[in-house]
Design a protein around this ligand. Structure first.
Ligand SMILES: Nc1nc2c(c(=O)[nH]1)N[C@H]1C(S)=C(S)[C@@H](COP(=O)(O)O)O[C@H]1N2
Ligand SMILES: [Mo]
Length: 398
């Protein structure tokens, strides 16, 4: 068998002229690209903020105020990510014929520039697709990979934003001209002829732009319902908007966390460790302590959030009762022994806030098993994953 020669392959490749849609052109891609750049920018900033909320850096002590902050930033993160998906698809459709502009034949400066430009766009496209796909799969709680989602999503975010800034810088002159021009301006030489539409096919730029905006807007609307109450009914993308008990979604059930037996053990005791001493409380004893009620949201990293009325003992009251200083960091341990999120750290500035509860009731009823019975942590402005359920121990740090 004879191997095909390079010239044969080149002859079979399409050329940019083979793509005849009249909608393509910088006037379209610059506009879709601007919208895409804005959504990526929001995603990047809110995403970095989420990492800060997980592990507050020393120079930025994030506290319990404003109560709804994480709910807003993470809601925006997921909504802008969903909005970006149709925009990215349209943008790629708009520009992919340019892939078939072959580099100059000879090794020259132009050749190197061409290859470098294609490589940098390759990095941007790969990083962008990876971020949107991994984010969407994470919302669906489907992890078909072995790496840490959080660490990888964060690292690739830097690659994506870096490549995006380079791309914008390189294309700035083209972008400015294109945004200044009328959307339906033709790039080609057929300005004067009236029948040029016959040679070019497909929808107009205006309708492609309209379609992209509509798809993007719809993605936002369908996602927003998982955090904006009055949109709840139409939130088909809200994976966990399912009505859990007490009108609150459930992220991981007790059975999935394998706490369904231990949590119902009548001998359950909550331990509060201060220095070397440990104080133990049954659920009845906790119920007999002064109770506080606060309206606080659960704001999941996956973008859904819901406010509810929580009743229980303030963590600071409990620590004082056990002889500890309520100005301390607290380690929270749950009955969950397998999988992530079984423990969390409650920094002193959260402990000091009396709204930080060891909750026993939700919306006026005893906590259900899946919402963390016998007791769970609820604190203002705290990512959902840190609102530890099935708490068995609070260790007050020195
Ligand atoms: N022990 C434990 N606590 C946990 C989790 C968990 O998997 N294990 N999931 C967390 C996550 S990711 C969220 S969003 C909230 C959701 O609380 P809910 O299921 O009561 O709505 O619980 C948090 N508490
Ligand atoms: Mo979550």
């Amino acid at each position: 068998m004879r191997l095909p020669r390079v010239e044969d392959i080149e002859k079979r490749l399409p050329t940019p002229e083979d793509f005849t849609s009249r909608a393509r052109g910088t006037e379209l891609t610059a506009r879709v690209g601007t919208a895409l750049g804005i959504t990526f920018g929001i995603c990047f900033l809110t995403g970095m903020w989420s990492h800060f909320q997980y592990d507050p850096p020393g120079w930025l002590p994030i506290g319990p105020q404003p109560t709804q902050l994480y709910r807003v930033t993470q809601g925006l993160h997921v909504m802008s990510g969903m909005a970006a998906i149709p925009l990215l698809l349209v943008k790629l459709w708009g520009v992919y014929p340019r892939l078939f502009i072959l580099p100059p034949k000879k090794l020259s400066r132009a050749f190197v520039v061409d290859v470098l430009e294609k490589a940098s766009i390759g990095v941007l496209v790969a990083a962008g697709i990876f971020q949107l796909a991994s984010g969407a799969l994470n919302i669906a709680q489907w992890y078909p990979w072995a790496f840490s989602f959080r660490r990888t999503h964060e690292a690739v975010a830097w690659v994506a934003i870096g490549a995006l800034l380079v791309h914008i810088a390189v294309k700035l002159p083209i972008i400015r001209t294109a945004l200044g021009a009328d959307l339906e301006d033709r790039d080609d030489d057929h300005h004067d002829s009236t029948d040029d539409d016959d040679e070019q096919h497909g929808p107009t730029r205006r309708s492609v732009l309209l379609g992209a905006s509509a798809a993007s807007g719809l993605a936002v609307l369908l996602t927003a319902g998982q955090t904006v109450p009055f949109l709840r009914k139409i939130s088909v993308f809200g994976v966990r908007d399912g009505d859990g008990p007490e009108d609150l979604p459930i992220n991981r059930t007790a059975r999935a966390a394998r706490t369904d037996k231990t949590a119902l053990d009548p001998n359950f005791r909550l331990e509060v460790m201060v220095g070397g001493a440990t104080m133990a409380f049954s659920r009845e004893q906790l119920m007999a302590l002064p109770q506080r009620t606060h309206r606080l949201p659960i704001a999941c990293v996956e973008g859904w959030s819901r406010s509810a009325l929580w009743t229980g003992v303030s963590v600071c009251d409990l620590i004082e009762l056990a002889g500890g200083n309520p100005d301390s960091d607290v380690k929270v341990r749950s009955l969950q022994t397998k999988g992530g999120f079984g423990t969390s750290d409650l920094p002193a500035n959260f402990v000091r806030d009396h709204r930080t509860l060891l909750a026993l009731e939700l919306n006026g009823e005893a906590l259900t098993l899946d919402h963390g019975y016998p007791c769970r942590i609820i604190a203002p402005n705290r990512p959902g994953v840190l609102q530890t359920k099935w708490v068995r121990q609070l260790e007050v740090k020195a």
